[in-house]
Design a protein around this ligand. Structure first.
Ligand code: TNX
Length: 521
């Protein structure tokens, strides 16, 4: 836990940075004179500096003040500032460590934040602890000298959480976002509606949450986010440079909405398992593909208009995800008409439309985004010029089992051990789809078998860091053996953070499960 690398060359940063140059000088050490010196006049950089100082204070017991000013930073400063070269883009950073100072310089605030995540990972794992180690560890808080220049390969590095099949509280969602931020992921896609639950307050349609929010898979009490809850998630994510992509899946996967407003359906399909539901019309099973809105009813488009308007108004990010997957009960012309009508509504409210790859059957605007999940050849959306997010179920689905014996999860797409999640290449995955057509990658955690955040994180770690490295790091820097060795050092961090994980036998973890963590060296 206190093993700091003695050379920057031995770092265990995930995702692996673009370029790492070890220095020959002495390391930087956190001491009683350490302070965080932020760029004067940037509220965002100041906020990131406060987050960093708060993290460092707990285990070190040091004061770590945050100062702001234009004067040259004093010895012992961790400097965070803007003004880096434009070549770093919005998310890149330069990190320079010497005995005297640590400097993180970026072209935009997100880059400063990502640089801070690298700094965290360069310190001993115990930096993540809630314990104050005080003087017992005073000599251990060091960062090896050298320089890192880093920027992402893809702009979309995401994870989806299905809060519809099982509900997750705001605090649980924050824990999930914390993991994204640690691994420099920047998209949190939240699946807010499905057959089993509607999870977001809509003022113009109160029964959605009253009726549609009242249950979940297995018949539990469900739940939903009020507008204040959603605003809190948005705020928390934004502080970590994570953009929320809200998904309302339609026209299929809509039983919860139909239970609330039966006129949304042409003829009410009654799944066999509904008879057992506590609230009439709701569904607590796990079959897919049987429900649909009525594409020929104007009442449906008035409803979609209400939903998109209210969600667009509470979402600062540029995207609205309309789902569009697995509609087994509509004919193609009906499905196409529905997607095209919804697309117009989404753009009318100022958002870019995202949908699962099936939306490529419809005529898409060139800015619309398709999320691949099942095809292994060129999806029709790409032929039309739309950009793709790659979420191949066989590689990125976080709800697939790690081995046939994993208690949680499903197996319909694949069994996904860590190496399978890591060892694939986005630019060659779909023959005929070039890198320029790919916005990035996203992992999806469907929650049919997942009841709480502990289970969610067990399925997420270590596969999400693997995907984060595919999304961030350059192909040249990326290979399984290197990842395997670097990620081995992260289990002790997860344990200190209280984050559950799957101890894949493909990794020689520093901190073996069941072995008590040594608190002092
Ligand atoms: C397929 S992938 C679905 C979801 C399920 C998931 C379970 C996709 C776009 N739709 O409705 O939850 O499989 O793995």
């Amino acid at each position: 836990m206190f093993v700091a690398p003695n050379s920057l060359g031995a770092h265990r940063v995930v995702p692996v940075p673009l370029s790492v140059t070890p220095g020959s000088g002495a390391p930087f050490a956190l001491t009683s004179s350490t302070l965080v010196a932020v760029q004067a006049g940037s509220a965002e950089v100041t906020r990131t500096g406060e987050l960093l100082a708060a993290l460092l204070r707990v285990p070190t017991g040091l004061a770590i003040p945050v100062t702001s000013g234009t004067a040259a930073a004093p010895r012992g400063a961790i400097v965070l500032r803007l003004g880096g070269p434009a070549s770093l883009g919005d998310e890149g950073y330069e990190l320079t460590v010497s005995a005297d100072s640590v400097r993180i310089i970026a072209a935009a605030p997100a880059g400063v934040f990502h640089g801070v995540q690298t700094l965290r990972q360069l310190l001993p794992a115990a930096i993540e602890s809630e314990l104050n180690y005080g003087r017992r560890a005073a000599a251990a808080w060091t960062i090896p000298a050298g320089q890192i220049t880093d920027r992402p390969r893809f702009g979309w590095r995401g994870a989806m959480l299905d809060v519809a099949r099982h509900f997750f509280t705001v605090d649980e969602v924050k824990q999930f976002i914390d993991v994204l931020a640690l691994y420099k992921m920047n998209i949190f896609h939240v699946h807010l509606g499905d057959d089993q639950g509607w999870r977001i307050q809509i003022d113009s349609r109160p029964k959605l949450t009253e009726v549609g929010g009242s249950t979940e898979v297995g018949g539990g009490p469900g739940g939903f986010y009020t507008k204040a809850d959603y605003a809190e998630i948005v705020r928390y994510a934004a502080e970590r440079y994570v953009t929320i992509v809200p998904e309302i899946d339609m026209p299929g996967h809509t039983n919860a909405a139909i239970a609330a407003y039966p006129e949304l359906s042409c003829s009410r399909p009654i799944p066999t398992s509904t008879a057992a539901a506590r609230v009439p019309g709701t569904y607590t099973g796990t079959e897919v593909g049987w429900s649909t809105f009525c594409p020929d009813s104007e009442k449906v488009y008035a409803f979609v208009e209400d939903i998109v308007r209210e969600i667009a108004a509470m979402t600062p990010g540029p995207y609205f995800h309309m789902g569009g997957d697995e509609v087994h009960v509509l004919k193609d012309p009906q499905y196409i008409k529905f997607v095209e009508r919804v697309q117009d509504i989404v753009y009318k409210h100022g958002k870019t439309m995202v949908g699962w790859e099936e939306i490529g059957k419809a005529r898409l605007r060139t800015t619309s985004i398709a999320q691949q999940w099942k095809s292994d050849s060129v999806p029709p959306a790409v032929t039309q010029g739309a950009k793709l997010v790659l979420s191949p179920a066989t590689k990125t689905y976080l709800d697939m089992k790690y081995t046939p014996n994993t208690e949680l999860g499903l197996t319909w797409a694949a069994i996904i051990e860590l190496r399978t999640a890591y060892d694939w290449e986005p630019a060659t995955y779909l023959k005929g789809v070039a890198e320029q057509q790919i916005l990035g990658v996203e992992g999806a955690l469907w929650s049919e078998t997942v009841h709480n955040i502990g289970s969610a994180l067990y399925l997420t770690l270590p596969r999400l860091p693997a995907l984060a490295e595919l999304g961030w790091s350059s192909v040249e820097n990326r290979q399984w053996e290197g990842f395997r060795q670097r990620i081995a050092g992260h289990a002790s961090r997860w344990r200190l953070l209280g984050i559950n994980f799957y101890p894949s036998p493909q990794v020689d973890w520093d901190s073996a499960p069941g072995r008590p963590a040594a608190l002092v060296p």
